[in-house]
Design a protein around this ligand. Structure first.
Ligand code: MN
Length: 196
């Protein structure tokens, strides 16, 4: 057809993600070690100590080669390992989408944890997830996954493939809230490092 936009159209394909571990036998994951997350945890002393003691793997996820078009859907799994930096649970860096008005869904396969979300107006929410629960991250919300359990926290995700990732805003400002252990329980507290 004249004027029709040409996209790099994929053929149908199948990919494996283990329903418990979330890992794929056929793809390489992207890995984030604690040393990749400088200044993102509030307890700097505990952070540097843990990096020195062996720099643990905090999370891994899959970035498949899905074309970055508005009609494609990027998807994969993310696995956040159990652990804490001081009182703060292991978590992902978190990000806004570059195309801010694009949503995302996460579906929990195993483990337990939270999805922490906040938008540019300052609205925030922390949704607890366990196997079988899905969360809708609305357009405009930065999102971070946090493992509050004792086993890997595994989720499947999907979002518009051209949305892009803005990690810089969170790296610079942080989230307004932190998820920490307090008296043996999960607590959401104000982030003392947050910059308006
Ligand atoms: Mn996202």
């Amino acid at each position: 057809m004249a004027g029709e936009q040409k996209f790099n159209v994929l053929s149908p394909f199948v990919i494996d993600f283990d329903i418990h571990s979330g890992l794929s036998d056929s793809k390489e994951s992207s890995r984030r070690y604690l040393s990749d997350m400088k200044n993102m945890y509030f307890d700097d002393e505990a952070y540097h100590q843990l990096v020195k003691e062996g720099d643990p793997l905090v999370y891994e996820f899959y970035e498949l080669d899905i074309p970055r078009t508005p009609g494609d859907i990027a998807f994969g799994t993310t696995v956040i390992y159990p652990g804490k930096v001081g009182r703060e649970y292991f978590m992902t860096k978190g990000h806004f989408h570059e195309i801010l008005d694009t949503a995302e869904i996460y579906y929990c396969l195993s483990g337990r944890g939270y999805l922490l979300m906040e938008n540019t107006e300052g609205d925030w929410t922390a949704c607890e997830l366990a196997p079988g629960k899905a969360v809708y991250v609305p357009a405009g919300y930065a999102h971070r996954s946090i493992n509050t359990g004792s086993e890997p926290f595994v989720m499947f995700f999907a979002f518009r493939a051209d949305a892009g990732h803005d990690y810089g805003t969170i790296e610079e400002k942080g989230f307004r809230k932190l998820v920490v252990e307090e008296d043996g329980k999960v607590a959401v507290i104000d982030n003392p490092k947050w910059k308006n």
